[in-house]
Design a protein around this ligand. Structure first.
Ligand code: SF4
Length: 344
């Protein structure tokens, strides 16, 4: 697909976007509470290459690490894309506690992505969540069987119906580059309509070593933009997030012009203040959008006071401060100083 071929489509999509949203964009951070997965065999996923030895419950992050990340995201102006982690890693009571803490920090309800949830669990989590994310990944039934052999769509479809009945918002994911066909757009549009989806995350394949996609080319910027633009035109008010990666920062302006609202899947904490992070902000400006938040400048705030205002135990607060200062802020400052000295 050549850039010239899609220019009329992109122009139309951009018009639709600007008629429905302010010319802004932001970075969305997905916060993980664990790294393990009890499904583990999606054929595009890094998890499918991991030895079975480690139980998902052994891959939990500490509370201080999770909460430090929420504090960081909040104060850098990042939206929380979703709170996510392995299915069954935490008990419902533990999950609720984490949600409670996260919401106290962000001061708003968040999106949750923890596999298909029953109505009972949706009701338990409802005070803390604005909506749920179904990691649907692709929509063609044949392709879905290949890429997600143990993660069928049906339980997610059920959850979307339950969520709608409870007045919770519904989001889904779609990965471009795994073998979908343009004709699948009809199926995707029908799915969005049927479940009244409010938000979609349009990612591009990341060819993980050891998976069947290891040697597959990444989808081009035009391919990813095509899906975004088609959905923007079909669903003017749909919240569309584009997933990028550090090797595809230069496509951000096109994806935004195609009608994406926000950007995700960039290692924003690790690469904060680097040339790559700055390139994202420049791409947003190139698309004529204002970037809310920052990927490059550490705000001048009292981080300890941000922790002290929380109702957590003194021990937990102390650990959160240590994480914030000794891991996140230290690295971010180092990156920022390096970038400034390289420029000088
Ligand atoms: S895509 Fe999600 S469910 Fe599938 S193996 Fe990876 S982490 Fe597990």
């Amino acid at each position: 697909m050549h850039r010239e071929e899609i220019i009329p489509l992109i122009e139309k999509a951009e018009q639709v976007f600007l008629s429905n949203f302010p010319p802004e964009s932001c970075f969305e951070r997905a916060v993980f509470f664990s790294w393990g997965c009890s499904i583990g065999d999606c054929t595009f996923c890094y998890m499918s290459t991991q030895p079975d030895a480690k139980s998902p419950t052994e891959t939990k992050r500490s509370m201080e690490s999770i909460f430090a990340e929420f504090i960081l995201a909040k104060n850098l102006g990042w939206d929380i894309g979703f709170f996510t982690g392995g299915i069954g890693v935490f008990s419902p009571a533990e999950q609720e506690l984490l949600l409670q803490g996260a919401v106290e920090i962000t001061r708003e309800k968040i999106w949750l992505s923890v596999g298909p949830l029953s109505r009972t669990l949706l009701e338990i989590y409802q005070p803390y969540i604005k909506g749920i994310v179904g990691s649907t990944e692709t929509i063609s039934p044949e392709l879905h069987k290949i890429v997600c052999p143990s993660k069928p769509l049906a339980p997610y479809e059920k959850m979307f119906l339950e969520a709608k009945a409870l007045n919770l918002q519904r989001a889904m994911t779609f990965i471009v580059g795994m073998g979908e066909k343009k004709e699948d757009l009809t199926l995707l549009k029908a799915f969005i309509e049927k479940y009244d989806i409010n938000k979609i995350h349009i990612y591009g394949l990341i060819p993980q070593k050891g998976t069947m996609f290891e040697h597959t080319a990444i989808p081009s910027a035009e391919e990813q933009a095509w899906w975004i633009a088609q959905l923007r035109i079909a669903f003017p008010k749909l919240d569309i997030q584009c997933g990028i990666w550090e090797d595809r920062v230069d496509r951000v302006s096109l994806l935004l012009q195609a009608g994406a609202n926000s950007i995700s899947k960039f290692k924003a904490a690790k690469l904060f203040g680097t040339k790559t992070a700055k390139a994202i902000e420049d791409e947003v400006a190139k698309a004529g959008r204002t970037f809310k938040g920052t990927l490059t400048k550490i705000p001048n705030i009292d981080w300890d006071a941000e922790v002290d205002r929380l109702s957590f135990s003194p021990e937990l607060k102390e650990k959160i401060k240590q994480k914030l200062h000794q891991e996140y802020l230290k690295r971010m400052k180092k990156n920022t100083n390096l970038f400034v000295s390289k420029k000088a």
